[in-house]
Design a protein around this ligand. Structure first.
Ligand SMILES: *[C@@H]1O[C@H](CO)[C@@H](O)[C@H](O)[C@H]1NC(C)=O
Ligand SMILES: *[C@@H]1O[C@H](CO)[C@@H](O)[C@H](O)[C@H]1NC(C)=O
Length: 146
């Protein structure tokens, strides 16, 4: 069991690493009916789009790149997105960010909680008899029935 716990811990820590101190990257999710695609809103990614119908002028990006997560951008980046979809389907852009500060806090808070609980569980069985012994030795507290 402790082996399982420690490998779980290592696993969580490794997974958490990329979240720590990473720059928040914005993404544009374009949805059309059943189809959707996610575009990374960085200059590099936008100038290396695999299906783009025309080059994207990354110098015209707004300082907050989410402003450029538009139907127009989606249509350029993924021209076939609406192929085969119902005629009334249209592209719905959605900007989101990964590794935001809030996400990091939640992830790290959760990790701390899990680690704390695991550590407490692991320690409890070892520490409790010791504490009981000390208490009993000084005549404090109740005596545990043995
Ligand atoms: C970004 O948005 C601005 C303002 O709407 C626009 O002028 C510019 O062409 C857009 N750039 C790209 C690459 O879509
Ligand atoms: C989804 O996109 C692909 C191309 O990326 C296209 O061939 C297909 O018809 C599309 N399907 C729907 C339901 O939009």
């Amino acid at each position: 069991m402790p082996k399982l716990i420690s490998s779980l811990l290592v696993c969580l820590l490794v997974l958490a690493q990329p979240c720590l101190g990473a720059d928040p990257t914005k993404f544009c999710k374009c949805t059309c009916g059943q189809n959707s695609t996610i575009i990374e809103m960085t200059k590099f990614a936008l100038s290396h789009l695999p299906h783009a119908s025309q080059p994207i002028d990354t110098d015209t990006l707004m300082p907050s790149v989410c402003m450029n997560c538009t139907r127009l951008l989606c249509g350029i980046a993924e021209p076939d997105l609406c192929d085969g979809a119902a005629v009334d389907e249209e592209i719905v852009p959605l900007c989101f960010q990964r590794d935001s500060l809030q996400d990091q806090l939640i992830v790290n808070g959760f990790l701390l909680l899990v680690i704390g609980l695991l550590a407490w569980t692991a320690m409890r069985d070892r520490v409790k008899p010791l504490v009981d012994r000390v208490w009993n030795q000084y005549g404090l507290g109740y005596t545990q029935p043995n």
